[in-house]
Unconditional design. Sequence first.
Length: 242
Amino acid sequence: MRPMTNKHQNQTSYIGWSNTAPTVIRINRKFLFSKLAEKLQLTVQREAALHIRQNDYRGRIHVVVKKKSKLEMSTLPGFLSVRVLRGINLVSRDAKGSDPYVVLNLDGQKLKTGVMKKTVNPIWNEDLTLAVLDAAAPIKLEVFDKDTFSKDDEMGDAEFDIEALMQIIKMDLQDIRSGTVVRTVRPGKNSCLADESHIIWENGQVVQDLLLKLRNVETGVVHLQLKWVNIPGNTLTATFRL
């Protein structure tokens, strides 16, 4: 399989990928190395080296440590697939509506959806994938109105985390019937949840639906669906401390 060219690598500045560009995996190697060193408490002896390489089209990240390295692990990275489904009653920034898009931010990563034209009820149905090194880290969601000749207008923001999702993923759910609601997360005082969030065991996967009420704006809700993608070879009991 043909490797990613330097041209592609130089044009990117964050980890993750979306289905709008399925043949390009956006990976910032310096960022990933620094995060791994910090989160995994990596001690590398003089003779050892840490190499990060990628499978360009499958999005798998491999960490290889030579034999003489000493590795003390408290966490390992995994991936969160965020399906941005739709926006509901978003604020109108122009006379004919808005041209909204969504941006996700996590630990220096920044991913965005495509732009929906002239609508306050956009349907994106788009997958964005984030590298996760801390299950407790908040994920920030922002909505913007795309402008051609001026700065994009803000249309609200929200935050969410995946601690509840990760607690369920660590459980043995193989004997549970598909479609079972395993846990319900209710909106809290400081939560951006617009309604109850159900974590469901569905077709061998744990899925969480979120309705997020946008802050700093008059109106607007964004509907998300979350799925966890574990790196092959990692165990969830070693991946997170909750």
